[in-house]
Design a protein around this ligand. Structure first.
Ligand code: ATP
Ligand code: MG
Length: 283
């Protein structure tokens, strides 16, 4: 049976459990549990701190893990990145106090930079030929400049609100992260096959996100025009209506395109347009 490590609590916990649930796999919320058996798939779930997930997977304590790319890159353990999971987006950026003049990367030469991501930062500085002092601190990195511990910080940014409220400006976006499914490098064929079943479910869920199922009635003579407007997995489904000269069209449209397409369809005579949520898209 596969073992998957997910974050016990924190930013990735809920969405990891939700992704599994959408894939038909029910797991206990982590409260006070370290390990539990899932329902709906032969899977055991290990609840860990996100920092420990790359190592657990590299050691084979868990076969799989769901964790941010930032942790994978920082810890540097040998794990396989199986697929990106489309949540937990953030970036790690360099930020400086808003009172300093920022002339470009050369600013950091000889400066003290506080971070919880020393490896990613030292790799970046080495590539850029910058010589700075990197100070590793675990929490509240953003207050380091104000208390005189550092001249700048390298920290996770998602909206930027925390930086602003600490008088900091983001000056270099260095590392982009999202959550990923990682696998132990030493898995056998049977485990890989089971992982294939799991990733098949995850892929169909991710593909269906942001997609809508649209149905409408249309005069038959405008069908060719409608087909040109509508994208589809192959082409839209067309069904006859009891009323002579009319048909019903079904298609899948992405949320970004939805309203623009609907306006064009209305303009060629589409009526009774229904937009439905799409649960899964299996190719
Ligand atoms: P743990 O107790 O498991 O060690 P943590 O405090 O280290 O938790 P969280 O703050 O829960 O971690 O964040 C987990 C992950 O969520 C991060 O490593 C990152 O990949 C992602 N993430 C997305 N947006 C943000 C954000 N604004 N701040 C921090 N992490 C974010
Ligand atoms: Mg952590």
């Amino acid at each position: 049976m596969l073992k998957i490590a997910i974050q016990a609590k924190g930013r990735l916990n809920e969405q990891s459990i939700e992704l599994l649930a959408e894939a038909g796999i029910r797991v206990a919320e982590s409260k006070r549990k370290l390990i539990s058996r899932a329902e709906g798939f032969p899977l055991e779930v290990l609840y860990l701190r996100d920092d420990d997930i790359p190592q657990a997977v590299a050691m084979g304590v868990a076969d799989l893990g769901i964790v941010g790319m930032n942790e994978v890159a920082e810890k540097g353990f040998p794990v396989e990145e199986v697929m990106r999971l489309g949540f937990g987006d953030c970036r790690i950026s360099l930020a400086v106090p808003n009172t300093v003049d920022y002339p470009g990367l050369a600013f950091f030469n000889g400066k003290r930079v506080a971070t919880s991501y020393p490896k990613i930062l030292s790799r970046f500085f080495a590539e850029q030929g910058i010589q700075a002092e990197i100070h590793t601190i675990e929490g509240s990195v953003e207050i380091a400049p104000a208390v005189g511990m550092a001249d700048a910080i390298f920290d996770i940014v998602s909206s930027g609100g925390t930086l602003i409220s600490n008088g900091l400006v983001e000056v270099e976006k260095v590392f982009y992260s999202e959550s990923v499914l990682i696998a132990s490098p030493s898995l056998g064929d049977a485990a890989r096959q089971e992982i294939g079943q799991l990733t098949f479910r995850f892929r169909s869920i991710l593909e269906s996100r942001g997609m809508k199922y649209v149905l409408m009635n249309l005069p038959k003579e405008r069908l060719d025009e409608a087909i040109r407007i509508l994208p589809g997995m192959r082409s839209p489904t067309v069904l006859p209506l009891a009323q002579e000269g009319w048909c019903s069209i079904h298609a899948v449209i992405s949320e970004e395109q939805l309203w623009e397409r609907i306006e064009r369809l209305k303009a060629i005579g589409a009526e009774g347009i229904l937009v439905l949520a799409l649960e899964n898209m299996i190719r």
